[in-house]
Design a protein around this ligand. Structure first.
Ligand code: LER
Ligand code: MN
Length: 280
């Protein structure tokens, strides 16, 4: 299998700004394909709001795969989380992720677990929040295993959540949950803030890496900041024999098309510089 490239399209309009594309599904899918990406990662707040048939037609027309579904907007827009004080909200967050799993199955995609984990609520200790988190991950992983869909937990920087900021914490959590359907999603933007060494952490995560987000140090397209994508991609491909996707989740600056084109060009250049790399 070859290393494949995708970028992120938010199906619904959303407050979260680190997605290259928002809305205008068919138009944006056409543009993503035209630039050369192999796939499109979809940020989906609620699968019920989606015209899956139209989406499938558009993906088919432009020959794009869907490697992953992002779910963070269910938290960002609706406050659903695995660690909410209200047990009804926690149950609805789990049910929502199950609906993402069902949708992911149609696309042979994995489901990203990012901000849906929430934050430690005021007045509740982190120990309790982690218990709720482990419980939710177990229930979602069991369901995912039945459906044959994989889940990828994303360590996220401290300014967005206090729960699981680093790869090492993510690995410990995977051990606690104990499902081979649950892995990690490292994101270079978060790693640049939290990890003592991005390279060492990627090596440490190893086979637990199910999916991979790239953005430069300033969360703009790869090449717009100071991260070493040559080194990062070399470890993934050569040392770890990573078989998954590299997905550009970046700010749409200076505009979506330029961000998508520049990011793609930089990643392709890195991959092309090494004869063992190939995309597409
Ligand atoms: C989502 O993939 C992400 O990286 C987070 O920053 C969401 O807030
Ligand atoms: Mn990310």
């Amino acid at each position: 299998m070859v290393l494949k490239l995708s970028t992120v399209l938010s199906i619904q309009d959303a407050q979260f700004d680190a997605v290259v594309y928002k809305g205008n599904i068919d138009e944006n899918i056409a543009q993503i394909a035209e630039i050369g990406y192999d796939g499109v990662e979809l940020a989906v707040r609620d699968p019920r709001l989606l015209d899956v048939g139209a989406l499938e037609r558009s993906l088919h027309k432009h020959n794009l795969a869907v490697p992953a579904l992002g779910t963070g907007q269910a938290y960002g827009e609706e406050n659903l989380s695995f660690t909410a004080v209200d047990s009804d909200v926690r149950a609805r967050a789990i049910a929502r992720i199950k609906s993402h799993i069902k949708l992911a199955k149609r696309f042979d995609a994995l489901v990203i677990l990012g901000l849906i984990r929430g934050v430690t609520p005021p007045g509740v200790g982190k120990v309790q929040a982690m218990r709720w988190l482990v419980h939710a991950l177990r229930e979602c992983s069991e369901y995912a295993a039945k459906e044959g869909v994989r889940l990828a937990l994303e360590p996220i920087n401290r300014y967005e959540t206090d729960l699981i900021n680093m790869i090492e914490e993510g690995l410990l959590l995977l051990e606690q949950v104990g499902s081979r359907y649950l892995g990690l999603l490292p994101d270079t933007f978060h790693m640049n803030i939290e990890e003592p060494s991005i390279e060492r952490s990627i090596r440490r995560a190893g086979a637990a890496i199910f999916h991979f987000h790239v953005a430069d140090s300033n969360r703009r397209y790869p090449g717009a900041g100071h991260l070493d994508f040559d080194g990062i991609l070399r470890i993934l491909k050569e040392e770890l024999n990573y078989q998954g996707w590299i997905s550009a989740e970046t700010l749409p600056y200076p505009d979506p098309r330029t961000a998508a084109e520049q990011g793609f060009a930089r990643l392709r250049a890195v991959l092309a510089a090494d004869p063992s790399f190939h995309s597409g």
